[in-house]
Design a protein around this ligand. Structure first.
Ligand code: TEU
Length: 549
């Protein structure tokens, strides 16, 4: 049954190279730094490394603004370094996934440079030009259109104004993209992560949005499945690569289309609805607790929906655009360890492909920077200025930024207790949280009870227990205000996962789940993994879970 091909048991680790490790002792990380740490990653047991963009770039958006898709940015090293990385990772059974950013290019890219020269330029139509802007908004704030003096027209940029949207209606442009992707595939990379790939097909009448920021006119747009199927034929078919599409504001139905194997589009999708549960009324730039009922509900609908439609989802709490999960849904203080392990368990025993973002496996936290001067991210800086200008107080804006900024996850990887946490001997490009003294890889390796060892064990379990890959998902104790519990079942096995998301002890009343209770009383069971040493499943009428157990 090719529904469960081998790669579906794999676990992926995300590296943000700017903040991973600087072998050259500079302010930013590099490829040799990744090579130095391959043994560590092999020890953890991951199968693929997704490396965020390392192509030549002016770094306005930390590499998501590519000015040459065929070269490595000098700050990261050389093409020789890259080839060495692919080869040395392969020796350890690890594949490299490239991050492909083709919804837009940098305005420094030669295509754009030529396109903006004059309206008849050969590359003009590689981008999207209009005489008048519509009311679509950039995801980083302000209008999505920028007036370009030289030719007197506006170009579209859904992100920063230096990230001009490519025109996927242009067939030659598409062919150039596929050729570029084949170049990396031929170098022996094992996969692709496709940046905001569900935004590439726009409604070409560019209508004003009557109620919103425009996203409904380009999200999962009219030709997107056609383009991805074409990319599949041109690049992925007959190659041993896995693919994951980053899907902005998507739907379960579309993700099934993107990832059901019969459709020949992508291996899997990233969706973000579960990470908007602390955006009250959809507003990100707020300080707000997370809505647990909503989280449970979203996770469950995606598990059930994707399973029914035979799609495949990526499982993730963290990435380079999100705050740290232990600071977000867990506990930074006394229950740091328990809560980080609980969150890992809740996620890794679901159906899908788990992604671990660098530092998550040791429980890295948000840095809690005090001043806007400490932040680097273009989105954060834009929002700071926009909100301040609109009259918001320094305290409110900084409070929201401390909770939501993308820089929360971009601080250097904490390797050890030395200065700059073993990231580099030079002062890093962005600060390091004070808790690096306690939260670091060296410490985690020495402590058999560490968060790191818990992640390692979860990865081992996934390889060993087919039920984690294949089992049917059923939500248990649906309305419990503190507990997310679910079962995964196959014909032979049942896995029961129970997580207390809060510091307060939680009581499970078995009378609420009589069938489950009956099954547990009449079968042999074993505790596979827990964040407390002495966890035992009791079938007494009420079962009490400890803080974050
Ligand atoms: O992110 C796309 C995206 O929509 C976000 O997660 C984005 O960070 C968020 O909307 C901001 O509020 C991808 C990359 O992961 C991100 O780092 C890039 O900045 C972005 O695309 C543009 O390439």
């Amino acid at each position: 049954n090719n529904l469960y091909e081998d790669w579906k048991k794999s676990v992926i680790y995300q590296i943000y190279p700017k903040s991973f490790r600087s072998a050259h002792q500079r302010a930013t990380g590099d490829i040799q730094g990744i090579i130095e740490k391959l043994d560590y990653l092999a020890f953890l047991g991951v199968d693929y490394l997704w490396i965020t963009p390392i192509y030549t770039s002016p770094q306005r958006d930390n590499g998501y603004d590519v000015s040459n898709y065929y070269t490595i940015d000098e700050s990261y090293g050389t093409m020789e370094d890259f080839d060495q990385l692919v080869a040395e990772a392969k020796e350890r059974g690890i594949g490299i996934m490239m991050d492909i950013v083709v919804n837009h290019s940098s305005t420094d890219h030669p295509w754009f440079q030529e396109a903006r020269q004059n309206r008849n330029s050969r590359y003009r139509d590689y981008y999207i030009w209009q005489n008048e802007p519509n009311n679509w908004q950039s995801k980083f704030g302000g209008s999505a259109w920028k007036y370009d003096n030289a030719t007197g027209q506006y170009y579209l940029h859904l992100f920063d104004e230096t990230q001009a949207d490519l025109n996927w209606e242009n067939e030659q442009m598409r062919q150039d993209v596929y050729e570029m992707m084949r170049f990396w595939a031929n170098k022996g990379v094992s996969g692709f992560r496709l940046d905001v790939i569900n935004l590439i097909s726009k409604d070409t009448s560019f209508p004003d949005d009557t109620a919103g920021d425009g996203r409904k006119h380009y999200t999962d747009g009219p030709r997107v499945h056609e383009f991805i199927q074409e990319m599949n034929r041109e690049v992925f078919a007959n190659r041993d690569v896995i693919t994951v599409g980053e899907m902005s504001s998507t739907s379960i139905d579309n993700c099934i289309l993107y990832s059901n194997p019969v459709r020949q589009e992508l291996s899997m999708t990233f969706s973000f609805h579960h990470l908007k549960v602390d955006y009250p009324n959809g507003e990100k730039w707020t300080q707000a607790p997370f809505d647990f009922a909503m989280l449970k509900n979203i996770m469950s609908s995606w598990q059930i929906g994707m399973q029914q439609g035979q799609g495949w989802n990526a499982l993730f709490w963290c990435n380079h655009d999100q705050p740290r999960i232990v600071s977000r849904f867990g506990h930074e203080g006394q229950y740091h360890k328990q809560s980080a392990k609980m969150l890992a368990t809740a996620l890794h025993l679901l159906q899908g492909t788990p992604y671990i973002y660098q530092g998550e496996e040791i429980g890295m936290t948000n840095p809690g920077f005090q001043s806007i001067e400490d932040y680097r991210d273009v989105e954060t800086l834009n929002i700071y200025h926009a909100k301040r200008q609109a009259g918001a107080s320094e305290e409110d804006v900084m409070g929201a930024i401390r909770q939501k900024s993308r820089d929360n996850s971009r601080t250097p990887m904490q390797w050890d207790r030395t200065e700059h946490a073993g990231f580099s001997q030079a002062t890093p490009w962005i600060g390091i949280p004070a808790n690096a003294q306690d939260i670091n890889v060296e410490q985690a390796l020495q402590d058999p009870d560490s968060i790191l060892h818990h992640y390692k064990k979860l990865i081992e379990l996934r390889k060993r227990e087919a039920v984690i890959t294949e089992g049917r998902y059923t939500l248990m104790f649906e309305h419990h205000p503190q507990v997310w519990a679910y079962t995964r079942t196959t014909d032979d096995d049942m896995l029961l996962v129970i997580n207390n998301f809060y510091e307060e002890p939680a009581i499970l009343d078995w009378h609420l789940e009589p069938l489950l209770h009956h099954d547990l009383m009449n079968s042999d069971s074993e505790v596979l993994i827990s964040n407390y040493e002495d966890t035992q499943l009791s079938t007494d009428s009420a079962y009490v879970l400890r803080p974050y157990e």
